[in-house]
Write a protein that binds this ligand. Structure first.
Ligand code: 13P
Ligand code: SF4
Length: 349
């Protein structure tokens, strides 16, 4: 078994040999051992833009999860190939909305509420869901532009079906002034609309999905940390549950969280509710601040963490050998409308 040093040497050497032909976009949730090789670090929105505009590299090795690599494949040119170092690096949230469930849910909702439901999907979804949304006239969103895109959808005067993260949908719509009473949850397992109100008032239908990392933050964590450190600022990602976001001092996307740390005053205290690798990196980078995780025990993203030195080195080796293992290729039919929903998002923001 190769040591970490040997694996690092191998990766460095292949990167050097391949030069500009190889590009490695890397999500902020990646481990340091992988992040050190990033050509660019970013959140989902930044990485989607970069895949579209900033690289002509032949080989794109995406250090992130499956839906991000699919997005990169959809947005890049035909002569560019996208690789995911571990094909098992999925996303539990994206897995909560499969395409058959989405079609059935949309049809049932249309039967009950009439036509005019505009689907909008978080980029944390499969290419098939993005394609379904694009074909129906909807758009993708990311946590960094959710407000703008949901406002765009609200301005169309239609009801919105927001997939697959109920929390991002609820938190954002509430921020935009939609009362909770005008939102419902669609449960795709029981095929049921959880809603007590008058159908006429219903504006946003939230798909019953969530992020298994951000759901692990509870209001009690905020109470505990404030008791210990009364001056602490609590900053959370909008994938956290509504009660947590309401209780926090600030909430925003990965980029927003990083920007907040960039401008925070010396000595200020921060409890951050998001993925652990990112929080640890912020703590190690901004040493003039006191940064801690809002829940240090429960918040690694297990699938992001599947990308590690052995997988990255193995994937690069395969590329050198001309082996197509780990290629992420979205079929042409699916890619067509998935691209429409992604480009719509990039036009709105
Ligand atoms: P952003 O990169 O949009 O902040 O999303 C967070 C996330 O959960 C990525 O999987
Ligand atoms: Fe999916 Fe949550 Fe992991 Fe992001 S952090 S990849 S949404 S499980």
């Amino acid at each position: 078994k190769a040591s970490n040093e040997e694996l690092e040497d191998k990766i460095r050497k292949i990167k050097e040999e391949m030069g500009d032909r190889l590009f490695m976009p890397t999500h902020h949730y990646q481990k340091d051992e992988v992040a050190q090789f990033a050509d660019v670090m970013g959140d989902s929105l930044q990485l989607a833009r970069i895949s579209k505009d900033n690289t002509k590299a032949e080989y794109i090795v995406f250090n992130g999860v499956h839906f991000m690599a699919e997005t990169a494949d959809i947005l890049t040119d035909d002569n560019q190939t996208v690789y995911l170092p571990d094909l098992n690096a999925g996303c539990s949230m994206a897995d909560m909305a499969d395409i058959d469930q989405a079609i059935l849910g949309y049809d049932r909702l249309t039967e009950r509420l009439g036509t005019g439901i505009l689907p909008v999907t978080y980029v944390n979804s499969t290419a098939a869901i993005k394609s379904f949304v694009g074909e129906k006239g909807g758009s993708c969103v990311t946590s960094g532009n959710a407000k703008k895109v949901i406002q765009w959808a609200l301005d169309k005067g239609q009801r919105i079906l927001f997939l697959p993260d109920q929390h991002l949908g609820r938190n954002t719509a509430y921020d935009l002034g939609v009362p909770l009473e005008h939102m419902a949850v669609w449960d795709p397992i029981h095929k049921k609309l959880e809603y007590e109100g008058d159908d006429e008032d219903l504006r946003i239908i939230l798909w019953k999905g969530h992020c298994s990392v951000h759901e692990k933050f509870f209001p009690a964590h905020i109470d505990q940390v404030r008791k210990r450190k009364p001056d602490i600022n609590v900053l959370v990602h909008p994938e956290c549950p509504f009660e947590v976001v309401q209780k926090a001092d600030y909430s925003g996307s990965t980029k927003y969280i990083i920007d907040m740390m960039e401008s925070a005053p010396e000595g200020s205290q921060w409890a951050i509710g998001t993925e652990m690798n990112l929080v640890n990196r912020l703590r190690d980078t901004y040493t003039h601040l006191e940064i801690e995780s809002l829940n240090p025990i429960m918040c690694p993203c297990l699938t992001m963490n599947r990308i590690d030195l052995p997988h990255l080195a193995w994937c690069l080796d395969k590329i050198v050998e001309g082996d197509a293992a780990n290629v992420i290729k979205v079929d042409e039919n699916t890619a067509h409308y998935a691209k429409t929903s992604l480009e719509r998002m990039l036009e709105i923001v």
